[in-house]
Design a protein around this ligand. Sequence first.
Ligand code: FPP
Length: 236
Amino acid sequence: MHVGIIMDGNGRWAAAKGLPRLEGHRRGVEALRKAVRSAIELNVDYLTVYSFSTENWSRPVQEVMDLIGLLKRFIRIDLADLHKQNVRVRIIGERASLAADLKKLLDDAEDLTRSNDGLCLVVAFNYGGRQELARAMQKIAAEVRAGDLQIGDITPDLVSSRLNTADIPDPDLIIRTSGEQRLSNFLLWQAAYAELVFLPINWPDFDRAAFDTAMNEFRSRDRRFGKLNTVKANAS
Ligand code: FPP
């Protein structure tokens, strides 16, 4: 099973407590650690978390630096532990334009954990669904121009295979915290048949009980994938 999470509401959590936004993001990292533990306990195969969107670059420079700093620290501090827990780390998003040290950190995290076969933690960083699709279209167009691909070969499966998530199954469940009810450019193509669960809590308050609530809601849904016959969500 693949669960995606839009970790929203760090700023609102901090504001409600009269704390700086950075404190909200710090507590967000704590919540992420808990979510990884819960995902392992719940036998989730893939957990994809939206850590920084393409659009987040337009936040104030200090906040952008804080968010990048938290990701770096998360990888530096938590990677050994994740590796010990047999977690495979994958990063999706645009990497070519990132600073060399950050790129290396992300590459190294993937390399170290490549052969782990426990939970796959997919971190969406500098990620935007439309941007990912545009990059896939550029690749496909180049292949057509080179004569390696015919226009008629462009099927949904072919498009999937040119995305960053090429070998990752589509998400079954997408959870968004903070009460907002939208995808915000997260896994647009891949979310075609995902069940969406919106929780009225801010991300720093996300714990095992909240994960259970989302999973129970998911299990209660009838997944039909456009057909008439019913596929119970808990069968996937
Ligand atoms: C949304 O809260 C959250 C983010 C933009 C970033 C999520 C980042 C983390 C949980 C920490 C860093 C990530 C990793 C992988 C270490 P918001 O700031 O949009 O909250 P608001 O809508 O209440 O202002």
